[in-house]
Design a protein around this ligand. Structure first.
Ligand code: AMP
Length: 538
C-alpha cells in the first residue's frame, strides 16, 4: 500500500521562491568586483533571478543547455545559480584557477553555450573566445559603465536584465534533471565532470542544515569563503535560501585583511573555507589585534585542518571549529566533526585529538573502508583502508566518461586513506597517492604535517615521500615559517621527536618561502614530489 502523501519534485527553484516568501527581508551582502559593498534581500534577489530567467529564455537558453560561469562569490553569481538551474538548464561553474588548456577542454566537454564572467577573468574569457568551443554568448557580470570595450559581441549582465519582468513561472520537471556541473581539479590527468541533479542538490541542502552537520541556519550571518566555482560553495547558497540565512559574499577579496573587515562590519557568525584562507585571516587578526568575538562557528574542510588553527580559532577568538570532509563527487559533504556529550569530560588536548578527525558521516551518506583487495576492514579507529562512499548525493559516474574505475556499481572509491572509529569518526590519513611508503609500512603525511605545524614558528608544512634505496621512500618535510618567527632544522627535528614515533620522523627538512597551491586551495604534493625527486637524503 502506498502512503497518501503529496508527490512534489525536489527543485532548486522552490528553494528560491521559499526564501522570497518567507525570508524576504533577510540580507545578502556582496563585496563587488567593481569595489563597493552592495546589499539586497532574498526577496530582491528573487525578483532579479526571475528577470534573469526571462532574459536567458529570450536569449534562447532552454532546458538542458549548459551555461558556464567564471565568477567570484557575488550576488550576480548567486542569481545565476538559481536562474539557470531553475529553468532546467545546467550551471557549469568553471574554476578560474585552471590552466587555459584545461579551460578549453572543459568548455568543450561540458558543451557550454553561454559564458558569464567577472571582469577579473576577462583574459580567460578572451582566451575562450579565441579557441574553438560551442560558446555562442559572452556576458560580463557588470553594468554597461564597466563593460570591457575590446570584446566583440560582449553584453553586460545588467543590460540583459533591463526591462525584463520580475515574474516568471518556473517549470516543473523530473527532480533527477541535471542542475549543475563542476569539474574536479584535474591534479591527475584531465578534469572530470561531476553532474549534480536537483534532487541531489536539495537533499544535500537539507543535510548540511542539520545541527550535527554544518548547521546552516537562519540564526546565522553566513560567510562562504569557499568559492562558488568549487563544488557550489559546499552547497551553502542553496541551504542558505532554505533556512533564510543572511549571506555575506566576499567577491574577489579573499585576503586576510578584507575578510577580517567583512567579518567585523557585517557581524559574521558562521564562516566556511579551506585552511589556506584561514591562515591569512588569522594572521591579519593577529597583526591588527582584533578578536573576532562575533564569529561563533568556523567550518574548515578541503584539506586537513592543522591543530594550531583549531586552537587559534577556539582559544583566541572563541569560535567553535567544525572540521568537515567531502569532495566534488559528494556535492561535497560526507562527514562533519561535532563533538558528543561524552567528549565534555576530556582534557583540552584529548578533545583536540577528536576534533582533528574529519568527523562522522551525515545521514544520507554511508562510508566503509576496504583493503587493497576490496575486503572490508574493521572500523576500530586503528586499521586504515581505502575510503568508499555511497549515498543520494554521491556521483554515480563522471560526465561523458568511460572511466568507471572509481565505482564498483554500488560504492564510490574516494581515493582517500582513512580510519573510522567505533563512534563513526572518520580520520583521513592521506590521499592514496600521497602516502609515504616506507619499508612496506605507510606513514601518514598528514600526521607528520600536523606535528610540524604544532611548532609555533611553522605556518605551513607538507610531507612527501622521496625515493630511498633501502626503505623505498622516506619522508621529506617541506615547511614555511611564520614571517616573524625563526627555528633551526635541528630544533624543529628535536620538537618532532616529542610528537612522532621514531620511524615517522622526516629524514630531512627543507625551508621554503611558499608551498605550491592548486586551483582548489590545496598543497600540490605532486609538484613537490617532482621538485624533490632527486633529493639526496642524508
Ligand atoms: P575536491 O574534490 O577538490 O574538493 O577534493 C576532495 C579531496 O580533498 C578529498 O578526497 C580529500 O582528499 C581532501 N579533503 C577534503 N576535506 C578534507 C579534510 N577535512 N581533511 C583532509 N582532506 C580533505
Amino acid at each position: 500500500m502506498n502512503g497518501l502523501m503529496m508527490q512534489q519534485p525536489l527543485l532548486i527553484s522552490s528553494q528560491l521562491e521559499f526564501a522570497a516568501r518567507f525570508h524576504q527581508s533577510v540580507e545578502i551582502v556582496t563585496r563587488t568586483v567593481e569595489g563597493p559593498i552592495v546589499r539586497t534581500t532574498w526577496s530582491g534577489l528573487a525578483k532579479r533571478v526571475r528577470q534573469l530567467a526571462n532574459a536567458l529564455s529570450a536569449s534562447g537558453i532552454k532546458r538542458g543547455d549548459v551555461v558556464a560561469t567564471l565568477a567570484w562569490n557575488t550576488q550576480r553569481h548567486l542569481e545565476l545559480y538559481f536562474a539557470v538551474s531553475g529553468l532546467g538548464a545546467v550551471l557549469h561553474t568553471i574554476n578560474p584557477r585552471l590552466p587555459p588548456d584545461q579551460l578549453t577542454y572543459i568548455a568543450n566537454d561540458a558543451g557550454d553555450v553561454m559564458l558569464c564572467f567577472d571582469t577579473t577573468f576577462l583574459p580567460l574569457a578572451k582566451h575562450l573566445a579565441s579557441v574553438q568551443t560551442p560558446i555562442k554568448h559572452f556576458v560580463a557580470l557588470t553594468d554597461d559603465a564597466h563593460l570591457p570595450k575590446d570584446f566583440q559581441g560582449l553584453r553586460s549582465y545588467e543590460s540583459l536584465l533591463v526591462g525584463q519582468p520580475e515574474t516568471f513561472t518556473w517549470p516543473s520537471f523530473d527532480e533527477n534533471t541535471a542542475s549543475s556541473l563542476c569539474y574536479t581539479s584535474g591534479t591527475v590527468g584531465l578534469p572530470k565532470g561531476v553532474l549534480y541533479s536537483h534532487r541531489s542538490t536539495v537533499l544535500h541542502s537539507y543535510a548540511i542544515c542539520m545541527v550535527d552537520a554544518l548547521a546552516i541556519s537562519g540564526q546565522d550571518v553566513t560567510l562562504p569563503v569557499v568559492p562558488m566555482f568549487h563544488v557550489n560553495a559546499w552547497g551553502v547558497p542553496y541551504a542558505a535560501a532554505m533556512v533564510g540565512s543572511k549571506l555575506v559574499l566576499p567577491g574577489p577579496a579573499l585576503d586576510g585583511v578584507s575578510l577580517l573587515d567583512l567579518i567585523t562590519t557585517e557581524h559574521v557568525t558562521s564562516a566556511l573555507g579551506v585552511p589556506t584562507v584561514w591562515l591569512g585571516l588569522l594572521a591579519a587578526a593577529k597583526t591588527k589585534q582584533v578578536k573576532m568575538s562575533m564569529l561563533q562557528k568556523v567550518t574548515i574542510g578541503g584539506s586537513a585542518c592543522p591543530p594550531s588553527m583549531i586552537t587559534a580559532f577556539q582559544e583566541e577568538h572563541g569560535a567553535r571549529v567544525l572540521h568537515a570532509w567531502g569532495m566534488t563527487e559528494l556535492s561535497p559533504l560526507g562527514t562533519a566533526n561535532v563533538l558528543l556529550p561524552k567528549h565534555a569530560s576530556l582534557s583540552k588536548e584529548e578533545r583536540l585529538q577528536v576534533q582533528l578527525k574529519q568527523g562522522r558521516p551525515i545521514f544520507g551518506i554511508d562510508l566503509r573502508l576496504v583493503d587493497d583487495d576490496g575486503k572490508v576492514v574493521p572500523h576500530d579507529g586503528k586499521t586504515s583502508g581505502h575510503l568508499e562512499a555511497k549515498g543520494g548525493w554521491v556521483a554515480s559516474a563522471y560526465f561523458k566518461s568511460d572511466d568507471h574505475s572509481h565505482h564498483d556499481g554500488e560504492w564510490f572509491a574516494t581515493g582517500d586513506i582513512a580510519t573510522i572509529d567505533g563512534d563513526g569518526y572518520m580520520q583521513i590519513t592521506d590521499r592514496s597517492k600521497d602516502v609515504i611508503k616506507s619499508g612496506g609500512e605507510w606513514i601518514s603525511s598528514i600526521d607528520v604535517e600536523h606535528a610540524a605545524m604544532m611548532h609555533p614558528a611553522i605556518a605551513q608544512a607538507a610531507a612527501v615521500g622521496v625515493p630511498h634505496p633501502r626503505w623505498v621512500e622516506r619522508p621529506l618535510l617541506v615547511v614555511v615559517k611564520h614571517k616573524d618567527k625563526e627555528v633551526s632544522k635541528e630544533d624543529l627535528r628535536a620538537f618532532l621527536e616529542t610528537k612522532l614515533v621514531k620511524w615517522w620522523l622526516p629524514d630531512a627538512i627543507e625551508f621554503v618561502d611558499a608551498l605550491p597551491i592548486g586551483p582548489t586551495g590545496k598543497v600540490l604534493k605532486r609538484q613537490l614530489r617532482e621538485k624533490f625527486k632527486d633529493y639526496a637524503l642524508p
